[in-house]
Design a binder for this molecule. Structure first.
Ligand code: BT5
Length: 240
């Protein structure tokens, strides 16, 4: 699968840019869009993704695909975990879309999907903190870290991009061969640590407490409340 790289100096959001340019992309290619800086980097629920200039990887992988967005989010998380491990950083995947190093967020993934001329177009946004220093990290309103803070040296953003994009595409092609069965089993293994864990879940509508009893194939988290009732959670923030 051909990879076509696009680099923009300053953009609102690489995900927004990909969606606006969707009709220009070839159907058999992956577009890897990066920016030095995002002025309106986005998280879920329209939250801000801190995107200072020249510090981090702000990447969107955009392509036509019928694969379920959540399966692609799982693949992105697993390949980011693998990428970080290769660079000597052990990260944990936290449902649904975070990678944490000792409880501090190092990566966020934002998966979006839109229809373009009747075809499904996937926009997979990845924000990986690469060279942010302690002062810059302190501006983020939750515990966060970067590759620099974990390893005490800076990384070439271009090398990080090339390495990660190639790894993702390699794993995507492998995953397609067995219909994502290995992705599902690896993902379950990686998230095993969350099972039986007491958690507090915040959805857009309510706050629930309980323990995680399963993560299902549709990407839902199954939470058992203190009264024994099971809640199926599609999207939320999990506090451990
Ligand atoms: C995410 O949202 O974690 C998804 C972030 C995706 C960002 C990428 S960058 C390339 C592409 N283009 C975009 O516009 N977005 C994608 P969520 O789970 O909602 O987490 C957002 C929360 O993470 C914020 O409310 C902050 O608390 C925290 N946060 C913001 N910036 C951060 C950073 N650089 N590092 C760690 N945490 C951050």
């Amino acid at each position: 699968m051909n990879i076509r790289y696009y680099h923009i100096t300053k953009v609102t959001s690489t995900n927004t840019w990909a969606k606006e340019h969707a009709h220009e992309f070839a159907h058999d290619e992956i577009a890897a869009i990066t920016a030095d800086e995002q002025t309106h980097g986005r998280g879920r629920y329209a939250r801000v993704w801190h995107s200072p200039a020249g510090k981090n990887l702000y990447l969107t992988l955009a392509f036509y695909s019928n694969i379920k967005p959540f399966a692609l989010c799982q693949l992105a998380s697993l390949t980011l975990e693998e990428f970080l491990q290769i660079h000597g950083i052990t990260a944990k995947i936290k449902w649904p879309n975070d990678l944490l190093v000792n409880g501090k967020k190092i990566v966020g993934v934002l998966t979006e999907r839109q229809e373009v001329n009747g075809m499904a177009f996937i926009v997979l946004g990845i924000g990986l903190n690469v060279n942010m220093n302690g002062e810059e990290i302190a501006e983020i309103p939750q515990a966060a870290t970067s590759m620099f803070l974990e390893k005490n040296h800076t990384f070439s953003l271009d090398a990080v991009k090339q390495f990660y994009v190639r790894l993702f595409v390699k794993r995507l092609l492998e995953a397609q061969e067995n219909n994502f069965a290995d992705v599902w089993s690896h993902w379950q293994k990686s998230l095993n640590w969350m099972l039986e864990h007491p958690v507090c879940i915040q959805t857009h509508a309510k706050r629930l407490e309980g323990k995680v009893i399963a993560l299902d194939k549709e990407g839902n988290l199954l939470l058992q409340g203190p009264d024994g009732h099971t809640h199926t959670i599609q999207s939320a923030d999990v506090n451990l």
